[in-house]
Design a protein around this ligand. Structure first.
Ligand code: 5GP
Length: 125
């Protein structure tokens, strides 16, 4: 079910559990600000999720409330993960679904990194 991006943070969400180490993930990167891991249901040959360590529901919540250091750290982490995976030259796509119409399903901000094939048009028509 898509979530409402204005809802309060729920620390029982699946990515909060991954951050706490309560459930496993295939980690590709971690630093003070971000964790990156493989999506459990990949939609492209490379499908990595990058999440901030702080408790932010969505891009809206994060962009409004995170500190400058958290925002800079997170954005740099997304770029670093894609670069380290060798995705800059072939190209990659970032996606941050936010709220109901975008079909955001997990109420902890996550940026999808898709790559590894021609990704086609930006949205289905
Ligand atoms: P959203 O629709 O919220 O933008 O995307 C949520 C993503 O999280 C989906 O691509 C889904 O496959 C992924 N996902 C959901 N549960 C898990 C999980 O437990 N582990 C991992 N690694 N990915 C998950």
């Amino acid at each position: 079910m898509p979530i409402d991006a204005t809802q309060p943070y729920d620390d029982q969400n699946i990515f909060a559990k991954i951050l706490r180490g309560d459930i496993p993930s295939k980690k590709v990167f971690e630093d003070e600000f971000a964790l990156a891991f493989h999506d459990i249901n990949p939609q492209a040959p490379h499908h990595i999720l990058v999440i901030p360590k702080g408790p932010y529901v969505s891009w809206d919540d994060f962009s409004a409330k995170a500190s400058d250091a958290e925002i800079a750290g997170f954005v740099r982490a997304v770029g670093h993960v894609a670069r380290e995976a060798g995705l800059v030259k072939p190209g990659y796509r970032l996606l941050a679904n936010t709220g109901t119409n975008a079909h955001q399903e997990v109420p902890h901000l996550h940026v999808h990194i898709f790559a590894g094939r021609q990704l086609g048009p930006m949205l289905s028509r």
